[in-house]
Design a protein around this ligand. Structure first.
Ligand SMILES: C[S@@+](CC[C@H](N)C(=O)[O-])C[C@H]1O[C@@H](n2cnc3c(N)ncnc32)[C@H](O)[C@@H]1O
Length: 269
């Protein structure tokens, strides 16, 4: 079984992920997903590729502190933040560092699984989905989101990185959006054993602070952080300036509002 994570963040970038990206985009998507979810009381639920744990934290509220919630991720820096924000002593949440393709649970352990913006990073997608299917009880539910289009913000970041940093960094900036064909994802889910596969669209208005400090924090909480920092402050400032200028067209009043859409797949194990 091959371990792999193309969304691997340093401790510093993981902190930036939690403070920048989670409130702006990942928490609103998780809330929209949970609004469309029905879980039995005391459900046992797994949050796969949980990152800094936003879905698990919202599940604690959703289940009113009952049931069992397990968050799993491959990146220790992300899990460190998840543990700080929701220690295992609270509400029966458990955190596991593991690859999606090798989940340390018996067959049919969970009533439901969530996977928010993780699938696109899994190197072996059919194997990963089969493993997720294995740990859900027959008839249990999967709620999975994966971007539906390229973020206009990160397209702008990618264009600037291509000119000022490297082709590799430019590709990394839009990589989370590269795997987004809904029909292919639905076919993968069916191939992994899921039935009743339904797909819908969630659109979230991403609110950005137009300050250069916020843009800087945003671009440094990403997998290309190391390469960008290695180029030095002058290059970082130039990328920030490019992004600032390009994002002006999304200005609404004092802020920036950039729409981002995602697929929500619901399926039965
Ligand atoms: C964009 S983040 C999403 C995190 C979280 N679900 C959220 O909504 O904030 C993608 C996550 O996938 C995790 N990941 C990537 N490859 C993985 C793998 N093979 N097994 C487990 N987790 C993986 C990364 O470590 C990262 O935390």
């Amino acid at each position: 079984m091959s371990a792999g994570n193309s969304f691997n963040l340093s401790s510093e970038a993981a902190k930036g992920y939690e403070t920048q990206k989670v409130p702006a985009i990942f928490a609103p998507i998780a809330k929209a997903t949970l609004e469309q979810t029905e879980l039995p009381e005391n459900a046992a639920v797994i949050d796969i590729a949980c990152g800094t744990g936003i879905v698990s934290r919202l599940l604690v509220e959703y289940l009113s502190g009952k049931g069992r919630i397990v968050g799993t991720d491959l990146n220790p820096a992300m899990l460190e933040i998840a543990k700080e924000l929701m220690p295992e002593t609270h509400h029966g949440v458990e955190w596991f560092e593991c690859d999606v393709s090798n989940l340390p649970f018996e067959d049919a352990t969970f009533d439901a699984a969530f996977c928010q913006q993780g699938l696109q990073f899994f190197p072996e997608k059919p194997e990963a989905l089969a493993e997720i299917h294995r740990v859900i009880a027959p008839g249990g539910r999967l709620m999975l989101t994966c971007w539906r289009s390229v973020s206009p913000v990160f397209q702008v970041v990618s264009n600037s990185l291509k000119n000022r940093v490297s082709e590799t960094a430019a590709i990394q900036a839009v990589r989370p959006y590269a795997f987004r064909d809904g029909e292919i994802i639905a076919a993968l889910l069916t191939g992994a054993g899921f039935s009743n596969v339904e797909v819908s669209k969630i659109v979230v208005d991403r609110h950005f602070s137009p300050s250069r400090a916020a843009i800087r924090a945003e671009i440094l909480s990403s997998p290309y952080e190391g390469e960008l920092r290695a180029k030095g402050d002058k290059v970082i400032d130039a990328v920030v300036e490019d992004v600032d200028a390009e994002l002006e067209r999304y200005r609404v009043g004092d802020g920036l509002i950039v729409p981002q859409d995602t697929h929500l797949f619901k399926a039965t194990a």
